[in-house]
Design a protein around this ligand. Structure first.
Ligand code: NAP
Ligand code: GLV
Length: 313
């Protein structure tokens, strides 16, 4: 079977080496512009239109990440880019769950214990004890209870804060109070002290982190966005921080990445910025998962992680 690989800024030789070990019978090559030779599978991250357009021989496209918004944007901008008969399959966890749980738990505990404010006091050489936040009312709300959101919700709940979760369809997770669908959105938000975003970026979820959403949270709430920059209305965040409706935000993802030098977020003392690193694609785990799914597809079996083009995730 023939496999095309494309992942900009990655060590392609190392990926191809690992794929060759996991699938010794495969004929693997890195896609280069102009390559239209036959292929059965494509393994990609943020591929250009030319790589996929017209490739009706492809059986499946494996997305080397959890979010498929970039690849679906190609189809949206130029309908027909995605080959008609190819399934689009995303990574399912592959080590991202524990990374996301660490990142979000760290951010939540930093705010619970006011380490961000103690850092500011230290910068002024001030020795001063702040009133602690009450754990019992430090409610954490997780938007998205999928592969990553469910793990994050459970990791945070282990520290004893009340945790809520929000999804499209109804979910049951031990120790988490769950809400589903637009009709329950406001009830989910009501009084939340830390809002964590782990939704996929779709037409339904774009701009969901906006002034209205912030207004439903507890006064002085915190925002942690680890999903996509397109979820956040940036001006609304700055306004909510200025008014005190939000106390601080931790952002890993941005509308434009890398975040431009002149972006106001760099100058906002209550915004913590990381460069889209909350859950990295891990080579070993990803190669193993994709290889086993390719084998299953070759045997005619179904696999998990197939993206619904209608839902957008
Ligand atoms: P997933 O398993 O597909 O889970 C998505 C969750 O969002 C599901 O619970 C789904 O509800 C819910 N959802 C989707 N649309 C909704 C809507 N309109 N209203 C309410 N809930 C909705 O995805 P995942 O693997 O957890 O990943 C989530 C996102 O994290 C990715 O799409 C990606 O953008 C982001 N991510 C970021 C990084 C990073 O480094 N910053 C790394 C990996 C992933 P149902 O359960 O009802 O389907
Ligand atoms: C990273 O952002 C991913 O979607 O895997």
């Amino acid at each position: 079977m023939k496999i095309l690989f494309y992942m900009p800024h990655a060590d392609a030789a190392a990926w191809l080496h690992d794929f060759a070990r996991a699938l010794p019978e495969a004929d693997l090559r890195e896609w280069q512009p102009g390559d239209t030779a036959p292929a059965d599978f494509a393994v990609v991250w943020r591929p250009p239109h030319e790589m996929l357009a017209g490739r009706d021989d492809l059986r499946a496209i494996f997305n080397l990440g959890a979010g498929v918004d970039a690849i679906l944007a190609l189809e949206h901008e130029r309908p027909g880019t995605l080959p008609r008969n190819a399934q689009l399959i995303r990574l399912e966890d592959t080590g991202m769950g524990p990374q996301m749980a660490e990142y979000v738990t760290h951010a939540v505990l930093r705010y619970l214990r006011r380490f961000d404010e103690y850092q500011a006091l230290q910068n002024e050489r001030r020795w001063h004890v702040l009133d602690p936040h009450q754990r019992e009312t430090f409610t954490v709300g997780v938007l998205g209870l999928g592969v990553l959101g469910a793990q994050v919700a459970q990791a945070v709940a282990a520290f004893g804060m009340p945790v809520r979760g929000y999804s499209r369809g109804a979910r049951q997770i031990d120790g988490i109070t769950t809400f589903a669908g637009a009709a329950q959105f406001d009830a989910f938000l009501d009084g939340v002290k830390v809002l964590v975003n782990l939704l996929p970026h779709t037409p339904d979820t774009r701009d969901v982190l906006n002034a209205r959403t912030f207004s439903k949270l507890a006064r002085g709430a915190y925002l942690i966005n680890v999903a996509r920059g397109g979820h956040l209305v940036e001006a609304d965040l700055l306004d909510a921080l200025a008014s005190g409706q939000l106390a601080a935000a931790t952002l890993d993802v941005f509308r434009e990445e890398p975040l431009p030098d002149d972006h106001p977020f760099w100058q906002a003392p209550r915004i913590t910025i990381t460069p889209h690193m909350s859950a990295l694609t891990l080579r070993e785990e990803s190669v193993e998962q994709v290889a086993r799914k390719i084998e299953a597809l070759m045997r005619g079996e179904t696999v998990g992680g197939v993206v619904s083009l209608e839902r957008g995730y």
